[in-house]
Design a protein around this ligand. Structure first.
Ligand SMILES: [Zn+2]
Length: 155
């Protein structure tokens, strides 16, 4: 047992604040002050959480076996002309605006898969071709190079 800092009595002491000073006092003396809540130190909370298991970075690999052919604009145009369709007529057939057809034929727009399928079916052409696995670094795609630049054609 520790001694009360005020009366010296051996007792169970409480930390009490009296006139700004904190003292360990016996139950009798502690009445004169304000009991200081003994703060249980919370277990130190780690701000830095344990390092997460590293997520396996998805390799920038195109494993798709088929890619849009590099010369898809020509393929579309030829297929259309073969059928004697104007851009307007083709657009009407596949529910696309003429401007979309024009962009496709100018290579200014890569048709989404759904459009590729429509074009292939309507024109009876192939727009996709086999490619080998291609590694594309994510940084390269921001350099303005297009996907087609990375496509390795199967010989
Ligand atoms: Zn006391």
């Amino acid at each position: 047992m520790a001694e009360c800092e005020r009366c010296g009595r051996k007792a169970k002491l409480t930390l009490v604040e009296i006139e700004g000073a904190q003292m360990y006092l016996c139950p009798d003396c502690s009445r004169y002050g304000k009991v200081v809540q003994r703060r249980e130190e919370p277990p130190p909370q780690r701000k830095v959480s344990a390092p997460r298991p590293k997520q396996p970075r998805r390799p920038d690999v195109l494993s798709r076996e088929k890619e849009l052919a590099q010369d898809y604009p020509r393929r579309i145009q030829r297929g259309r002309e073969k059928l004697g369709l104007s851009r307007e007529e083709l657009g009407r057939k596949i529910n696309e605006r003429v401007s979309v057809i024009a962009k496709l034929e100018h290579g200014e727009m890569h048709p989404p898969d759904s459009l590729v399928k429509k074009l292939e079916k309507t024109l009876g052409i192939e727009l996709m071709e086999d490619v080998e696995e291609v590694h594309i670094s994510s940084s390269a795609s921001s350099t303005g190079m297009t996907l087609a630049d990375f496509i390795v054609r199967k010989k």
